[in-house]
Design a protein. Structure first.
Length: 171
């Protein structure tokens, strides 16, 4: 890789597998979204697996995934209120005993005495309105989303409050 190519694309780095070739390393946003996807693998929700990562200054502050509160039994297809009552995605968020990924990330910051002020949230799905209100009050300044949630009201609320919302394109 020549000096001129290094200065034009900082995401090109030498390949470990083939000397003389280059590989594209992920952008910082792509990098942290991968952590959100990893967090989502811990989800215990039967309908949708969501992961979230709070980051400030390129350092992870906390992670979260959606599922039943600590110490409670995980949801099943028989016990999920949203499934058994036929609630559509994006509606009646209060009819769920699960804690959302964004909420769990904020809670982890609070439990460990870490400020979430001026942090960026990386999340697999766009926040609902309840999570949007919490993110605003937790001082989150930017939200990076991989996929849209069926309800866009949370995104609109974040934008209205001045929180920057960016969507990463599916690749």
């Amino acid at each position: 890789m020549t000096k001129s190519s290094e200065s034009t694309d900082k995401n090109l780095v030498p390949s470990n597998e083939k000397p003389g070739l280059v590989r594209k390393r992920p952008s910082i946003d792509e990098y942290f979204v991968k952590f959100a996807h990893l967090a989502a693998t811990r989800s215990t929700c039967v309908r949708r697996q969501v992961g979230a990562v709070l980051v400030r200054d390129k350092h992870i502050l906390a992670t979260g995934y959606n599922g039943a509160p600590a110490g409670m039994e995980h949801c099943t297809t028989e016990t999920c209120l949203r499934l058994t009552t036929g609630v559509k995605p994006g509606e009646r968020h209060e009819l769920c005993r699960g804690v959302h990924a964004e909420q769990n990330a904020i809670i982890q910051c609070a439990l460990h005495g870490v400020s979430s002020r001026d942090a960026t949230l990386y999340v697999t799905h766009s926040p609902c309105t309840i999570c949007a209100k919490m993110l605003i009050n937790a001082g989150i300044t930017r939200v990076i989303v991989k996929r849209r949630y069926p309800d866009d009201d949370g995104v609109q609320m974040l934008k209205e409050s001045g929180v920057q919302v960016d969507f990463l394109l599916e690749k």
